[in-house]
Design a protein. Sequence first.
Length: 127
Amino acid sequence: MDSKHLASLIADNVEICEEADPAMDASSQFAQTAPGVQNQMPNPLSPIMEDADFFTYLMPGAVFEAHDGSQWLITDYEWDGRIGIENRWYPRQIANITTNDVRRSIAMWVEPVNVKVPAPIPGVVYN
């Protein structure tokens, strides 16, 4: 008997989709181990919910790229949600802004890794 034909019969009996890539499917609606942070399933029970890509690298020393292409180094992250930033290419541009200002303007994290930060959760407005 042909092994492909036998595999097809077994797949039909146990309802396995041959086109599906197991690495791309979440093992549950709350957890996913692959392929990476960019495709992480949102966890509604987490305090950061769908914003894991944003909060994972929000720390001093990280660099983000704004929607206008400028790159900013996070110099400090204060207890009250204020963030000190410095322009990576023009070090005299320094600001102390809120977390919401960073969230509104970020396009991607550049350091320590390149991670595109998706748009905010629908209905949430960062002003």
